[in-house]
Design a protein around this ligand. Sequence first.
Ligand code: PLP
Length: 439
Amino acid sequence: MSENLYSTVERQRQFIAGGTMSLNRAIDPARLFVRARGAYLYDADGKQYIDYHAGFAPYLFGHGDPEIDDAVIEMIRSGASLIGAGTMPWEAEIAELLVDSVPGIEQLQLTSTGSEAVGYALRLARAHTGRDVVVVMEGGYNGCLDYVSYNLMDPASFVEPHEPGEEYPLRVTTAGVPKVIDEVTRAIEYNDLEAAERVLAKGDVAAIILEPILQNIGIVKPLPGYLEGLRALCDKYGTVLIFDEVKTGFRHALGGYQSISGVTPDLCTFGKAVANGYPMGVVGGKKEIMSLCSHPDPAKRVAVAGTYNGHPVNVAAAKASLSRLRTREKEVYGELERLGARLEAGLKQVFASRNYATTVVRQGSAFTVYFMDHAPISWRDIALNHDMERDLAWRKALIEEGIFQFPVVTKQGSISLAHTDKDIDQTIELSEKVLSTLA
Ligand SMILES: Cc1ncc(COP(=O)(O)O)c(C=O)c1O
């Protein structure tokens, strides 16, 4: 470890509780990244890495995109500030762009993070239905709030005894969640419609929340008919369907994954790519539900409040990002698809000559290599079949060679518009190199 890194890590341990800001950022092998531009990260020793982590996925245009940064600087120089009184012109502009882009958004509120957007979506769903229970997906992640801190990438020993078609026992993922929240939470497996029907049929479920592609665990796609089936069940049992598009939104399509699947949720949440790395979240959906924010009866009104909601810096980034996606939609998603397909084809070729099973799964610019013989359909499938050790070894070896995929099993790789064919080809070559040295 370089002197630089050693002293910083020591200082971090002393003053930062848990050692990293946001505890999911801890990495092994340790690196001290100090700069990021375009498709690259740079560490304190000056080494360059091709970045596929993309800060947990927001960077669709790459780090420090000049067009987006210029829009931010222009907004600051224009005298815009967090006035926090009444409404500001840029708020209507971004709201209109979002409503025009996403099929499931008729009205919306802006937040600073995806977690807050999820928190409000659940509050709106509970207020709308008068019910308390929320259903989450085994293996899913919907932010840091208590209500969704359950059943996150549980070990094989936990998931193995589970029978498809049934609810999971709850497994809380952090200390400090009041036990009372267990009573209003249920967990089921993604792609398990039978389990969804059983839990919804009880009639007390306010909302079912899921990523339409379960991207917390790579790229786990919905089986044909799954999202349509959930839509029908939610309609049948009066439950609010929430698509958490914090990761899928804008990465796969301007209209979110809902525009690809053709299934429109009642509420949806966005974050990450909406502002290409600037901190903004969105909660939006049907006017009938969103308008609870202005219900004349205070007892029925849903409160949404945040000092930094609609901050001009973040709105400027989101406006620039969305405007670009809208004017160059075909070009942007065409290029991301082309780069993704190039990487997928190369990785498939590299892995084809190995004596162990691998499956490359991709949606546009997001990809994951599973060390198993089929594309997974759920976390249970992954926990029981994916070779976790091999996955981790591959990721770690690539970091040593200057390719940064997050060194945690199944975490998705994210390609940006800043990546070039050369970056992709280098990634394929180095994958070949490191795999031939791994057992
Ligand atoms: C699907 C999903 N929902 C919600 C969140 C929470 O967003 P944030 O970290 O901005 O609070 C994340 C973050 O990784 C996410 O992936």
